[in-house]
Write a protein of this length. Structure first.
Length: 452
């Protein structure tokens, strides 16, 4: 998948997700604000309604005998008599209201009347006002109750309890429902935005998943194609190699010089084809995924074998000096014995290719606890700073090297090196100064606990 395309869609998804979170937080904040505002209004309205009912009961006091004397208040209605001792003169009106409630006329002070007065303060558009009213005594026992409408549990709200009656021995509890329709009316635009951006987010995620799936199929197809090509090339190459050996052994001494030169040409073309197959194998590993099979390997012995430089063709006139320093108590590490040597073959080969006539390569190994550090340093032409960030990208070569036909390359080697190090759960970095040299630093764990 195109890198810039993926980044653009990733940014779009993050932006849409950010707007969704912002809108969701705004709705939650608005809900809490409306909730607190609504319950405050309900508490105020309940207190006001109770006072109105008390005042209404007092005004209908023709059947109630009231005797006021300091510091005592006596109310009598039929056989009911209530007395209240007053602490202050200012308590007279409040005590009268509460005493009147205790001997209330059920036709004057009822929960139905309370609900009716409570609804009078509602807006005309609010036809329904679900509510649950409970009248409790001082022990919490229910004396009376009234329920109007259904209140879902998640919308149930409790108002502050109000104490009523003589010596405040009765409690009025009210449960009501948060007006969802009002909240919807005030936050409808936010909900619409959330719906629109949710649809956009789903569309973006689906497009990304489609692109990723297509890219995965493309990579698998490349891998299968390269495997097929390598198989089809390797078979005739093996046959050519076998035929060449037979001809060389049987007729080598009988051949004329021209025939021997032709046979040597076949050998060179065979070698070139072998290198081509190796490049295709490397591409297949990079595109698909490198799988390592770690086993114990002596790092020092592996590097000493590489010093023979049997894997690289040194140009005429070049002198190569490879120095190895292994500062490790135990040079045995758990690595893939096939892939890791290829890493150093690539680094050493590049050091020889991109250096002058006198090539000096220093390889230094150090143990750092559970990790090992390997440094490969040369005195070559160096890597320009503009290319350091992209040096491990596949097919990438510095622009100054593309027209240099004396140093051919395909931009595959360092990408393969990076993939192998990453498969070992390691890290590779590079430091370089133009015309001074380059140093690659590889850090690997001593043991590979998981196969990647």
């Amino acid at each position: 998948m195109n890198k810039h395309f993926g980044v653009s869609w990733g940014i779009a998804v993050i932006a849409i997700l950010g707007v969704l979170v912002w809108q969701a937080l705004s709705i939650v904040e608005l809900y809490h604000f409306q909730n607190e505002r609504f319950i405050t209004k309900v508490n105020h309205r309940i207190t006001r309604t109770v006072n109105e009912l008390n005042l209404f009961a007092v005004q209908k006091s023709t059947a109630v005998s009231v005797v006021r004397s300091v510091p005592c208040l006596t109310l009598a209605k039929g056989e009911k008599i209530e007395r209240c001792r007053l602490q202050r003169d200012d308590d007279l009106a409040d005590a009268e209201y509460r005493a009147t409630y205790d001997i209330r006329d059920t036709t004057l002070w009822t929960l139905e009347k309370f609900y009716s007065l409570l609804r009078q303060g509602r807006r005309r558009g609010d036809k329904s006002f679900p509510i649950v009213i409970n009248l409790l005594d001082s022990l919490g026992n229910r004396i009376d109750s009234l329920s109007c409408g259904y209140i879902p549990p998640w919308l149930r709200m409790k108002a502050e309890p109000v104490r009523l009656g003589f010596l405040e021995k009765h409690v009025l509890e009210v449960e009501c429902m948060f007006p969802v329709h009002q909240f919807w009316g005030r936050s409808k635009n936010s909900f619409i935005l959330i719906f629109v951006f949710t649809v956009l987010l789903i569309v973006c995620v689906m497009i990304l998943m489609y692109k990723i799936n297509q890219e995965r199929k493309h990579i698998i197809g490349q891998h299968l194609f390269l495997d097929t090509v390598m198989h089809n090339l390797q078979s005739p190459l093996d046959y050519m190699s076998f035929t060449q050996d037979v001809l060389g052994k049987k007729y080598g001494n009988m051949m004329e010089i021209e025939d021997q030169q032709a046979l040597e040409g076949i050998r060179e073309k065979q070698s070139d084809m072998g290198h081509a197959i190796t490049r295709l194998l490397t591409l297949s590993d990079i595109f698909y995924r490198i799988q390592i099979y770690p086993c114990p390997l002596c790092l020092k012995e592996m590097l000493e074998k590489l010093c023979a430089l049997n894997f690289v063709k040194i140009p005429l006139g070049k002198q190569v000096d490879v120095n190895i320093s292994c500062e490790m108590d135990n040079p045995e590490v758990s690595v893939d014995p096939v892939y890791l040597p290829i890493v150093f073959e690539n680094l050493i080969g590049n050091a020889i290719k991109y250096s002058g006539k006198s090539v000096k390569i220093d390889i230094r190994c150090q143990g750092k606890g559970k990790w090992i550090e390997i440094r490969v340093k040369d005195n070559g032409i160096g890597i320009p700073s503009r290319s350091l960030k992209r040096i491990f990208e596949i097919y990438y070569r510095d622009p100054s090297m593309r027209d240099d036909h004396s140093r051919k390359g395909f931009g595959i080697g360092l990408s393969f090196v990076h993939s192998v190090v990453k498969a070992h759960h390691g890290k590779i970095t590079v430091h370089s100064i133009v015309n001074m040299g380059t140093e690659f630093i590889i850090i690997l764990p001593r043991k590979q606990w998981k196969r990647k």
